[in-house]
Design a protein around this ligand. Structure first.
Ligand code: SIN
Length: 194
């Protein structure tokens, strides 16, 4: 069942970090390559028990309500490790992030492991299957075509994927879901040119 909740309202009511003056935020999608907020530190990091998937619809960034794009969310998967970038931020930055991630993402507390070996708890924005914009899995070809041609206020959906794939290569992350999709989108675009 999907619910049309206002994730900004829900996120703004979360008080987990009320006592802290610094928070580690784990980025696994656009937050890896687009850092439009002030940071105090950053470190490659990983979280255990989560997999990254292009299963979330994007109505406000990489698509439109009539023609949503596809962006990443995380799904619980016990044996998986998700590699991303962790940012140390001041709590004041959360307002900006709640707005940026408003299309279905909820603040979630997770244990994370920084590249320097430090284990800490931090925050990650996750869009669960219950949110209205969630699309779920689709055949590879279908997801690739949707990503190849969707466009929204933040730009082309394919650029979201290509920039994420580049960011993951820089991090040395082995994420076959992202890399297979990247090849499939390039193939769709190449066939479109023929
Ligand atoms: C993230 O990058 O951590 C969340 C999903 C996104 O904004 O692409």
């Amino acid at each position: 069942m999907t619910t049309n909740i206002n994730t900004m309202d829900v996120n703004q009511k979360m008080t987990h970090f009320a006592e802290r003056n610094e928070i580690w935020l784990f980025g696994y999608g656009s937050l890896i390559y687009k850092v439009d907020f002030p940071i105090l530190d950053q470190q490659p990091a990983e979280i255990r028990g989560w997999k990254r998937r292009f299963w979330q619809g994007s109505h406000d960034h990489r698509g439109t309500p009539d023609a949503p794009g596809r962006v990443v969310t995380l799904l619980a998967e016990p044996d998986e490790v998700c590699v991303g970038m962790a940012y140390l931020i001041a709590p004041a930055v959360l307002d900006h992030l709640d707005f940026r991630e408003k299309n279905g993402y909820l603040r979630t507390l997770v244990p994370m492991c920084l590249v320097n070996g430090v284990e800490t708890s931090g925050l990650v924005y996750i869009a669960t299957a219950e949110n209205e914009a969630f699309l779920g899995e689709a055949p590879l070809e279908e997801m690739a075509t949707q990503i190849a041609y969707s466009v929204g206020p933040s730009g082309r959906n394919r650029d979201y994927l290509f920039q994420l794939a580049d960011g993951l290569r820089q991090l040395g992350a082995d994420d076959s879901h992202v890399f297979v999709l990247e090849s499939a989108v390039r193939q769709v675009l190449k066939s479109g040119d023929d």
